[in-house]
Design a protein around this ligand. Sequence first.
Ligand SMILES: O=C(O)CCC(=O)C(=O)O
Length: 406
Amino acid sequence: MQIDIDHHHILHRDDFQNRYLSKSKPVIISGGLNWPAFRWTPNYLRNKLSDRVIGINAFKANQQKTYVEALMSSRRNINLHEAIDLICNNQDNNVKYYLLQQSIPEIFPELVEDFGEPTWIENKKTDYMSNIWFGESGNVSPLHFDAVHNFFVQIFGKKKVYLFSFEDTKFLYRHTPKTSTVYNISQISDLHNVDPIKFPDFRQAMPLTAILSPGDVLFIPAGWWHHVETLEIAISLSLWWKAKPSECDPSVLLAFEAVDLYERGCLAELKHNILNFDDFDDSLDVVEEFIQGKHYCLAALWMGDYFNKFLRGLSTSSAISGELTSLKLEQLEFSEIAKFLKQTNTDLEVFLEMFEDWCNMLENAKQWRNQSLDSRSLIIWLHYLRRITKSNGLKSKSMGSSVYDF
Ligand SMILES: O=C(O)CCC(=O)C(=O)O
């Protein structure tokens, strides 16, 4: 079943904010922007920017490569007028030309003055990242999500979009570090031909769809999966901007950033930007998100950090303040924790119950399904945590030091 995306001709800013932005819900608005950008056509671009050197992608039909591999290997630099000829006059059905995600300020600075800030956002200081997408019919941007909001402005020609909410992630078979270097992309490469054996849960996902025509502005909230098909020669402008934590599932932002920092080996930033992010340090969603992405060591790291904070929080509000602050997680023994909790009058049962959820979550993660955890015994959880961390290589050379060395 497919559901239409909400569509308004006019939408007041308050309505946009209350009904869509704050609820993380997509919407199409087809009136309200009166930008010179709507005069962009292939000919207009050819006349204005003919000799500009750009990177064009030539996607081959039926290639075995993943999207990311195809993206990297099929790009070449040519002049814009040559690119426009390829896009507009291509007779070869086995190749599709696409000038995609080209930064307007960097590649076409002359076009920046043709658009402004969308009127539905109050903050005049919003930093938009603007990109142009220009390609022929048959191009497909496969299912992926971004950790930023997007005003996707259709300028010329038509596109069909399929959107899935972030809650549908569990049905969309996201790539894992083992299958791709890019983890915000689905393993489902053809939405119209999904293998029911390989991807049995996909049928539970609920897409919202729409055909975008010139003048339509589609708001894609951060974390929403999107698959975009070019139906005829088309030009679009995407305006990405940073979502506020209150405007999307916090795990979209945090997990995205954490994985990026982790993969780049930036332990200090990970600790500073992510683990110290107090708004969400109690968010189980983040742990769930890491587990879903098979980032077990990040899940463990997150839980370990929360656990430390929890204990330290208790210690600062108690008579034995400071006693625990120098302790590292790996040095804690259950007897010490129990002693400490007793001193702070913490109900041991309540404390253990809180950790039960986390243990269950890890236990449910496929890789650990056969392991049994005694949720009443915190020390087992600690050992378990340590084992996961070690077996997932958090002590690898890229991280430099132990996960517990904070
Ligand atoms: O238009 C397209 O092909 C894809 C656009 C997209 O993925 C985006 O703006 O984030």
